[in-house]
Write a protein that binds this ligand. Sequence first.
Ligand SMILES: [Mg+2]
Length: 310
Amino acid sequence: MLLGIALGDACGASFENLSFQDATKKLEAEGIIPGRYTDDTQQALAIAEIMAFGDEITPFNLAKSFLTAYVRDPRQGYSRQTLRMLLSPDPQSFLKSISDHERSERKTDGAAMRAPPLGFFPDRKTVIKSAVLSASITHGHPDAIAATVAIALFAHERIYHETLFSELWAVIREEVREMSPDIIFWCDRCSGLVIPDREILLGEYAPYGVPYTESRIFLGVVIFLLAKYGNDPCRLLKEAIQLGGDTDTVAAVVLGIALVRGGEDSRIWDLVEGIEDGPYGREYVISIGNGLSDRFYPPIINDQNNVLSG
Ligand SMILES: [Mg+2]
């Protein structure tokens, strides 16, 4: 999973903040060239490290891990608000560096982007609780929390049940509805799309691309892309980039979820060699991903789709 996140992030980064027309033109002219991953992978790594080392998901541990990951290896892509938080000298200061009001209004996709590793918790209730907690320390708006829970559950569904990409939204819909009924209509429309209809997927942002400021739009896009292209990772990456806007976050999340189970024979893996391999680069990402899998070893699934123990 983490390698999928890093791959999507590193491939999408050079298209970030481009309109869909500019992203499409650049894609046609230059193709996809992975480089350095950004904030998305770094924060997902920070959560994965807590889990792989067997520590609990608590506000203090999350703050500590975000600070450690950033200080040891500052990456590009953080918003001004998050950068301000990351300049805190210690975890307690990090948690206090955003006011309750600022936090409750914050609905950017920055909490959802780091959520896929939380899907490794075997117990669904723990996935949801950890996702709510992880979002709440930085993004308190119901849309941001709902998107974070949904992304963590998508990952969980793929890891433990190999749920079809086309059914991912249907199987988690009720849990998201209980938490945030307002978001359901939007997500239902996106999940029912046959083609990437920009007006429906992006609303007022159709002339631009996926706005990092709106978790609701981000989630709708992820639902659509996975349902439509989840079985074809190369197409998935291309479509994520062609939507424009927050291309690295969209690509990181959809590839992280799509490649946690599936895509083994895809040519997408040819791109992995291109991910930079500095001290916290490709090999480090692989080692933490392996640590996560080792700790939460996915169950064996038999032909009847029943989960077997052991
Ligand atoms: Mg980024």
